[in-house]
Design a protein. Structure first.
Length: 316
């Protein structure tokens, strides 16, 4: 059933009646407007025509007034609304944007793509599917920066991932500072579960802290760190080759903090990792239901406007 946002507005319906009853009769002792004789006869003829039926002449303007008051009262209808999902989880994504991410050793539909393009493709989709999480984004290279503060607007974070560019944070790989900044963002969090997902394709070669030490701090804070080693080869497999990932360090960070380490050798691997992460730490709880209304005031307002235009055209 429709309801009204401001029922007190209906008191305005009495205003025309009060004015009609309280206004003094107009003095007609002399003319107040000089017009041509033909126009004057037309005006007087119209006045005589409505003299005997004032209520009929006022019916249409009265209807317009009633419709405007109804619109002002704010008719609305409660819209069906599903409770917003909540997981009780704060989740920070930490993405490596170092220079090695431009290597094109991933493929899509048989064509080579860069690691960076693969990251954006999977990362954007992963972020959009995080409904109920409070999601933040850290990007790092030589330095680490907060690209998106933790928010329930996961679509905005996904848009930020889509618009990322290589080089904004430097060309080196500073895993320690990225993890430290993520922990700083979670320091004041009261979420039931706090998670960092750190993706890197290289070796920690910047910053003064050691990744394992930062992982121990994460464990003390109750933060799980899941790591993704994103490269076809690891440092242990090809120690002399450039652009390989230090999977051993990422494994140690995950183990120390109570998380899990994943390998992402191909685009399919990354999509499988995203699916696995979807199933981690299921702490779903009852969501928050928000009352939303479908506003109906536009219809009486529109009808009042159309009747007003017709009334003006009729009397023109």
């Amino acid at each position: 059933m429709p309801e009204f946002a401001d029922p007190a507005a209906f008191l305005l319906l009495a205003i025309p009646v009060l004015i009609y009853l309280a206004a003094p009769a107009a003095a007609r002792s002399r003319a107040v407007l000089i017009v041509p004789e033909g126009v004057g006869r037309h005006i007087l003829a119209g006045a005589e025509g409505v003299k005997g039926m004032p209520w009929r002449s006022m019916a249409l303007p009265g209807l317009v007034w009633v419709l405007l008051v109804i619109a002002l009262a704010g008719p609305r209808q409660l819209a069906p609304n599903v409770a917003l999902p909540m997981t009780g989880r704060d989740l920070i994504l930490a993405f490596d944007l170092s220079g090695s991410m431009v290597r094109d050793d991933f493929s899509l539909d048989g064509k080579p793509i860069t690691r960076f393009d693969a990251l954006k493709r999977v990362g954007e989709r992963f972020a959009r599917d995080r409904a109920g999480d409070r999601l933040g984004l850290i990007v790092f290279g030589s330095e680490a920066y907060a690209a998106a503060a933790p928010t329930f607007d996961t679509g905005a974070v996904a848009d930020t991932i889509r618009d990322l560019v290589i080089g904004i944070s430097g060309r080196a790989t500073n895993i320690s500072d990225a993890l430290g900044l993520a922990l700083k963002r979670l320091e004041a969090s009261d979420a039931q579960t706090k998670v960092v997902i750190l993706l890197s394709d290289g070796t920690n070669n910047a910053g003064s802290a050691i990744p394992r030490d930062v992982a121990r701090l994460a464990r003390e804070m109750g933060v799980r760190v899941h790591t993704i080693a994103m490269a076809p080869k690891t440092l242990a497999e090809a120690p002399e080759e450039r652009g390989v990932v230090d999977a051993a360090t990422l494994q140690a960070v995950a183990d120390i903090s109570g998380g899990k380490m994943f390998r992402g050798k191909t685009l399919d691997d990354l999509e499988a990792v995203a699916a696995d992460l979807d199933r981690l730490e299921p702490t779903a709880r009852a969501g928050l239901a928000a009352e939303t209304y479908r506003e109906l005031w536009i219809w009486p307002a529109l009808l009042a406007g159309l009747l007003g235009l017709w009334l003006g055209w009729r009397r023109g």
